[in-house]
Design a protein. Structure first.
Length: 615
């Protein structure tokens, strides 16, 4: 029964009260104390089973393994929240929060949509939110509710988040910040297409389930971080799967030292008595091809500059334009025959310091010249600050070659590891090179036999031919038709490799073993003894060795693979000119048989070779 102290309460007042259930001062202002008198009596024993069950269901869903099945998990969670709020038409969303970037992001692979993101992958928080909502959610991690979206859109002048939510059909909403140890992780979004059904009063219900929601989000964040770490490790680390077991052992020892109070340190890992295999497919004359591309771009750029300056000279006949034209032509003459080491930088500096300021002046002085200059500038690459047409074609060609060659050997490596575990690493330069090491210390459990080294050498020969064929098929499609030359180094002495903690990679260990690295770095530049001919040639696989037994072994492999269509009959043995610190090297040069159409390759094993020799 209202008393004389009761005030008239409008719908707008009700909306404001529902949006601020904890603001006692506001409630006393709208409904002063002693505004109503209640009479009668009630005898009741109430227990809200539905609410308790809904809380239990939410807890179960959030810790369920169904989170691994995003669609099912999200649908079930939507239904559970409907029961929890006793509202059949609500929807649930979630936006992850990145504190470093101050932005909301979608959670990939979990099945959550976000109404704040409005279909984007990420959005700046200050773009997604108004000042009040940012203040509540980001600064104070408190609930933010909207009871009448249309009214808020009108009052705010179509500000966000109101306008974006209205466009999605949302009429009332609760936004609940999910924070852990003082750090905001994300925003839980509960929305409805009906006004007033979601408000500050029923937002308080979330207090009962918030601990479970926080735990689920923390777990999801950790899983996401683990996935990211796994991808980075897979793409970037030099710790290959074949030797990962050894790193796990060292990590366990490190942890044990830490537990027992010792000063833990991750020791360098060494694999002794392993046999190296090295191979490379190098882009032939890559330096000349790159220099030719640079030369062409510079000549085109200087010619364009010359044209603009000649137009300016005709219009105004200023001596300075004639002097600049003279210098442009000098630069053109200097690179017509050959590109010198400092030519590119000298021309770049000339254009930046001398030409660009003049062009800026000319653009303001004359509309016709401005159009010519704008056409010239449209061809300038923002990254290099100069013409990047022929160079772009060259760089794209190198990238395509490297990608194609890498994909062949990486894919074939999967099956090679099944033969016998061995360390493998691959590098992209102007071409692709790879290192492999095989021996008893590499394998965690499988017993080593020299047969596996023979098998890997035979496998390497096959794969090098397959990579050459992949390049042969790719070459007509390249912007610049680059040639390639292949090389294998045979080293029949075992050595040790050590994982350098500072460089995060394996190196050959010891001074004596360093001879192997010296040979590796120099052989592709070597010449046939007594000639001016380089060892590596396009269409030919060069196999460098120093011992007669290696020669016989590889001639046997080549004869076998020739019968399988890998090589032609053109095979020669040559002696190499001595390299600095290295002498006595020889090479087998075998011409590769290219196939017009790539056929599925069969891996021939050492046993296949033995069987063929018996026939």
């Amino acid at each position: 029964i209202p008393t004389d102290k009761a005030k008239e309460v409008t719908q707008e007042d009700v909306d404001e009260l529902l949006a601020n259930p904890t603001d006692i001062k506001l409630w006393k202002e709208k409904i002063p104390p002693e505004s109503f008198i209640s009479k009668g009596f009630v005898i009741a024993n109430l227990f809200d089973v539905t609410m308790e069950q809904a809380i239990s269901n939410i807890k179960s869903k959030l810790i369920s393994k169904d989170t691994l099945q995003p669609v099912k998990f999200m649908n079930d969670l939507q239904e559970t929240f409907k029961s929890f709020f006793r509202l059949p038409n609500i929807k649930v969303g979630f936006a992850s929060f990145d504190a470093k970037k101050d932005q909301f992001e979608e959670v990939v692979g979990i099945g959550f949509d976000s109404f704040l993101l409005r279909g984007r992958h990420a959005i700046d928080c200050k773009v997604a939110l108004c000042e009040e909502s940012y203040h509540k959610l980001i600064d104070f991690n408190s609930y933010f509710t909207i009871t009448d979206m249309d009214r808020m859109v009108e009052q705010s002048g179509e500000m966000q988040p109101y306008k974006g939510l209205q466009d999605q059909g949302v009429q009332s909403a609760i936004f609940a910040p999910i924070a852990y140890e003082g750090k905001l992780l994300g925003i839980l979004e509960i929305v409805s297409q009906k006004k007033g059904v979601l408000n500050g009063v029923n937002a308080q219900k979330l207090d009962d389930v918030m601990p479970f929601i926080v735990s689920a989000v923390v777990r999801t964040k950790n899983e996401e971080n683990n996935r990211i770490d796994a991808i980075i490790q897979n793409e970037c680390t030099s710790v290959h799967s074949s030797v990962y077991w050894r790193f796990q052992e060292e990590a366990k020892r490190f942890i044990q030292d830490e537990i027992e109070g010792r000063s833990p340190s991750f020791k360098e890992i060494v694999f002794k008595d392993v046999y190296p295999l090295f191979g490379q497919i190098d882009i032939k004359d890559s330096s000349q091809a790159r220099n030719l591309a640079i030369q062409r771009d510079l000549m085109i750029q200087l010619s364009e500059i010359d044209s603009v300056l000649n137009i300016a000279l005709k219009k105004w006949n200023l001596p300075i334009y004639e002097e600049l034209i003279f210098r442009v032509n000098n630069h053109l003459d200097s690179i017509k025959e050959m590109l010198y080491t400092n030519s590119e930088q000298a021309i770049f500096d000339f254009v930046q310091d001398e030409i660009s300021p003049v062009f800026e002046h000319l653009k303001k002085a004359d509309k016709e010249i401005e159009n010519h200059i704008l056409a010239y500038e449209s061809k300038i690459d923002m990254g290099t600050g100069s013409y990047y047409d022929h160079r772009k074609n060259y760089d794209e060609s190198v990238t395509l070659v490297n990608k194609t060659l890498s994909s062949v050997i990486d894919k074939r490596q999967e099956s090679a590891q099944n033969m016998f575990p061995h360390y493998y690493e691959r590098y992209k330069t102007d071409g692709v090179e790879h290192n492999m090491y095989i021996g008893s210390s590499i394998s965690e459990s499988k017993e080593y036999n020299p047969l596996y080294l023979n098998n890997l050498r035979l496998w390497q020969l096959q794969v090098m031919c397959e990579m050459e064929n992949a390049h042969y098929s790719l070459k007509p499609k390249l912007p610049v038709p680059l040639d390639a030359a292949s090389l294998i180094l045979v080293y029949n002495t075992s050595l040790s490799i050590r994982f350098r903690m500072d460089e995060k990679q394996f190196d050959v260990d010891g001074t004596y073993n360093a001879r192997y690295e010296v040979i590796k770095k120099r052989i592709d530049k070597s010449y046939i003894k007594g000639t001016e001919q380089r060892l590596t040639q396009k269409g030919v696989l060069s196999i460098v060795y120093s011992q007669k037994k290696d020669e016989l072994e590889y001639l046997r492999y080549i004869k076998f693979l020739k019968s399988k269509g890998y090589f032609t009959n053109q095979i020669e043995i040559v002696e190499l000119e001595g390299l600095q610190g290295v002498s006595g090297l020889k090479a087998i040069r075998a011409q590769i048989l290219y196939k017009r159409e790539q056929e599925p390759e069969k891996t021939y094993t050492y046993q296949d070779l033995m069987d063929a020799l018996k026939e």
